[in-house]
Design a protein around this ligand. Structure first.
Ligand SMILES: [Fe+2]
Ligand SMILES: [Fe+2]
Ligand SMILES: [Fe+2]
Length: 497
């Protein structure tokens, strides 16, 4: 009897130790601040729980799929260098498939498959080899860890989804206004990206620390997208007029800074004025044409009286307007645009923001991967223009990675996908019209590229890819330049023949 009690005591205290360990790991899970951080550490959380220094890997599978093949994500031990490779080991496939079929962890003699469902119809799995089978008690305790990881995945994902769906709605709304002005939506996205970059550099320089709160940092670029939303209410005959505007017409255009905020105020009132994104958007829409010296419009505020948000977006907006082609003007060369902004420091623009902008341009120059050159011209101006933008976006992605800002990289990736799809469509339509013989092969090339970048973005967005690394950047650069120089060049031939 005594020995039974002793055994029970030992077992109980071992279970207590295990429970404490699990509690401690759950706490670490709860402290992760993003999906990337969670996934980066997931293998360690799981290994620590199993008290195992053995081999493990993480993988992702569609939930409920049959005959799955598992691509190794992060790995430790003998899987440490296998990232990206498919796992062909029968035993691992068997254990992981069991977990998927049961929608729960699966324990076998030599391995455990942890099963973490994701709200978007796939599951994250961790396969881990164990030295000795786990007691039934401890198996049950491991469900605490599962629950904690699952709720952490849900919390991070829903916060991210909420922000992204806000942004998507904002883009749709702003695109309407943009559409009336000139026909594409890239301007607003470029302004949003530049805004984010300036804010990042202001942070690095230690300027406006009190105003640049984490919330400001997170929402300012989405707010910037709405800067010209008031143009929805301006007649197209004035917006798209190619020649000079008379005083009356100018006044009508300038009224977009009052019409936009009026609309946004309505939404803001619905939320009792408590929505920070709308507050920023109203500031930006109202004041983005104010000048630092008080000579802007509509209220002639000056200096620090102009909200920081509007001072930043105002500069990003002017920069992009000068650097792009418009119906009434050619694009300014980059050095002239930069000179203009430098000269307007303290006049039109806040000197500290000009300083941050110049540093952004330095970063962009340093990160530049590819340059459009005349030899890339397919002799179709609108397609050349598309190619220039695509090249600029790849450079932007490199620059976002260089400054290490995930949010910027995400926006650029979104924009890269959208723009690539739009461009491919325009190009394919053009080829169809000209009766290009190899159209279906050309379409296949486009499609396979689209699939690759969509996959990269999926992994990045869901936190499975911590970085857009050099390998990917070089792949994008090489694909695009080769495609333009070799494949796209083929359709210029019949035209010139
Ligand atoms: Fe404007
Ligand atoms: Fe093409
Ligand atoms: Fe192309």
């Amino acid at each position: 009897m005594k020995s039974f009690n002793t055994e029970l005591n030992i077992q109980t205290s071992m279970t207590n130790i295990f429970l404490e360990r699990i509690q401690e790991i759950c706490q670490r899970v709860a402290q992760t601040t993003s999906l990337e951080e969670l996934y980066e550490n997931l293998i360690h959380f799981v290994s620590d729980a199993c008290d195992s220094s053995a081999s493990a890997f993480m993988t992702v599978a569609e939930s409920g799929m049959h005959n799955p093949s598992f691509r190794i994500g992060q790995g430790t031990g003998r899987f440490a260098n296998a990232a990206g490779e498919p796992s062909h080991e029968e035993y691992a496939i068997k254990v992981l498939s069991e977990a998927i079929n049961r929608h729960s962890n699966y324990h076998d003699k030599n391995a455990i498959a942890f099963y973490f469902p994701h709200p978007e119809n796939f599951a994250v799995l961790v396969y881990i080899e164990v030295q000795q089978p786990m007691s039934d008690e401890n198996k049950k305790l491991l469900t605490f860890l599962n629950n904690s990881v699952i709720s952490s995945i849900q919390a991070h994902t829903s916060a991210k989804l909420a922000e992204r769906s806000n942004r998507a709605a904002v883009i749709a709304l702003a695109s309407l206004a943009e559409h009336k002005d000139h026909d594409t939506g890239e301007h607003i996205m470029r302004v949003a990206i530049m805004t984010d970059e300036i804010v990042q550099v202001l942070g690095e320089l230690g300027y406006y620390e009190e105003s640049i709160t984490p919330e400001f940092e997170r929402l300012i670029s989405t707010a910037s997208i709405l800067h010209d939303v008031g143009k929805v209410a301006i007649p197209e005959s004035i917006l798209q007029k190619p020649g000079k505007l008379d005083a009356e017409e100018r006044k009508v255009i300038e009224s977009h800074t009052e019409k936009g905020p009026n609309v946004l105020e309505k939404s803001s009132r619905m939320l009792d004025g408590n929505n920070y994104l709308l507050k920023l958007a109203i500031e930006v829409a109202l004041y983005h044409h104010e000048h630092y010296n008080g000579q802007g419009y509509p209220t002639q505020l000056a200096g620090q009286e102009i909200p920081l948000s509007a001072r930043i977006v105002g500069l990003a907006d002017v920069f992009d307007a000068l650097a792009s082609e418009r119906p009434y003007k050619k694009a300014w060369p980059e050095d002239e645009t930069i000179d203009y902004i430098k000269n307007q420091s303290g006049q039109q623009f806040d000197p500290l923001i000009v300083e941050a902008f110049l540093k952004v341009m330095d970063y962009r120059r340093e990160a530049k991967l590819i340059q459009w050159t005349e030899e890339m011209s397919v002799k179709v101006p609108h397609l050349d223009n598309d190619h220039r933008f695509l090249i600029a976006l790849i450079n932007q992605l490199a620059s976002a990675e260089k400054i290490g800002n995930r949010r910027i990289a995400e926006s650029v990736l979104d924009e890269l996908i959208n723009y690539t799809l739009d461009h491919f469509q325009r190009e394919e339509l053009f080829l169809e019209k000209m009766g290009y013989p190899d159209l279906s092969k050309h379409k296949r090339l486009h499609n396979s590229f689209t699939e690759v970048i969509q996959d990269i973005r999926w992994q990045y967005l869901h936190g499975f890819r911590p970085k857009i690394n050099n390998e990917i950047l070089l792949f994008l650069r090489n694909w695009l330049s080769k495609h333009i120089l070799v494949e796209d060049m083929k359709y210029t031939l019949p035209v010139s023949a």
